[in-house]
Ligand binder design. Structure first.
Ligand code: 3PG
Length: 311
């Protein structure tokens, strides 16, 4: 049995790449959860993206499952511990989209500092205002990278050349200093960061971690960028800090809730107020989502499956 179920939309290369290493692949980009549950027992491998929850129910039905492949970086939709307990390998492919994400985060910072997105909106209304659109230079700032995995390190590398100070803090990773980043402890991180960029995974520990109390520890914070997971940041608290003028601008590629039709009244109100601010910038979870990364993710994932290089 060498059958693999591909249960989300992926670059078309996935079928050929898997067959080159000896697997036969059923590509079902539109299959829903009940569809997966109904047939998962026929497969030794399952390849998913972020929409599929790989939980106990699904894992228990996958009687022949030997591996799960996550075509992307985040594994917050996967019960990693249960897979490990059952000796089912888990592969992911952050090497495939880290460059896209690093570039995207730099783009967001430049747009905020130089008011590119907001002045563009003004000009469309035939408003030609120079003084209110005077910018700040990235080269004169200290960027703090919170979480120094694949994404944080790619972002640090993309920042080289701008002349800014780049510092990084990671609770679980040490000795990562390089020509692109100075490794600091948390006390230095909160004392020096002016632009905070979030790159931690979503876990029990990081869920809602970044709230008002946490942010108020930073003495020089002016801008915040979230390209990681929306649920690590309490949006309502950030709005409050923007309203108080404690933070000058924020950019979000991810939101606590990315389904507008499923917003609570509270979420609705927060989003409404954020979206009225011209010092706030949004993109729809496309930080790692380029034409190049779409294909590269498959290549990385299949190479790792072939090499047995799992998490
Ligand atoms: C990732 O974790 O790689 C990104 O958040 C994108 O995930 P998705 O495209 O599978 O939703």
């Amino acid at each position: 049995m060498n059958k693999i179920l591909v249960a989300d939309e992926m670059h078309e290369s996935i079928t050929d790449l898997l067959s080159e290493i000896g697997y036969s692949c059923d590509y079902h980009p539109n299959i829903d959860r009940s569809g997966i549950l109904a047939i998962i027992d026929q497969y030794m491998g399952l390849i998913i993206r972020s929409k599929t929850k790989v939980d106990k129910e699904l894992i228990d039905r996958g009687l022949e499952l030997k591996f799960v492949g996550r075509a992307g970086a985040g594994v917050d939709n996967i019960d990693v511990l249960l897979l490990r307990e059952k000796s089912i390998a888990l592969y992911n492919a952050p090497e495939g989209n880290r460059d896209a994400l690093g570039e995207h985060a730099v783009g967001m910072i430049l747009s905020l500092l130089h008011k590119i997105h907001s002045s563009d909106l003004e000009i469309r209304q035939r408003r030609w205002r120079r003084e209110p659109n005077r910018g700040f230079e990235l080269g004169c700032m200290t960027v703090g990278i919170f979480g120094f995995g694949y994404m944080g390190s790619a972002f640090a590398q993309k920042l080289s050349g701008f002349g800014c100070q780049v510092i990084g803090y990671d609770k679980y990773k040490k000795d990562f200093a390089s020509e692109h980043v100075k490794e600091v402890d948390f006390d230095q991180f909160i004392a020096k960061t002016e632009i905070l960029s979030i790159h931690v995974p979503l876990t029990e520990e990081t869920k809602n971690l970044i709230d008002r109390k946490w942010l108020e520890q930073f003495t020089r914070l002016r801008y915040l960028i979230n390209t990681a997971r929306g649920e690590v940041l309490v949006l309502k608290d950030l709005l409050h800090m923007l309203d108080q003028g404690n933070i000058h601008g924020a950019a979000f590629d991810v939101l606590e809730n990315e389904k507008f039709d499923k917003y609570s009244p509270d979420q609705d109100q927060t989003f409404d107020q954020l979206s009225k601010r011209n010092n706030v910038l949004f993109t729809p979870h496309v930080g790692g989502w380029t034409f190049e990364s779409y294909a590269r993710i498959n290549k990385v994932l299949v190479e790792k499956i072939n090499a047995g290089n799992h998490l």
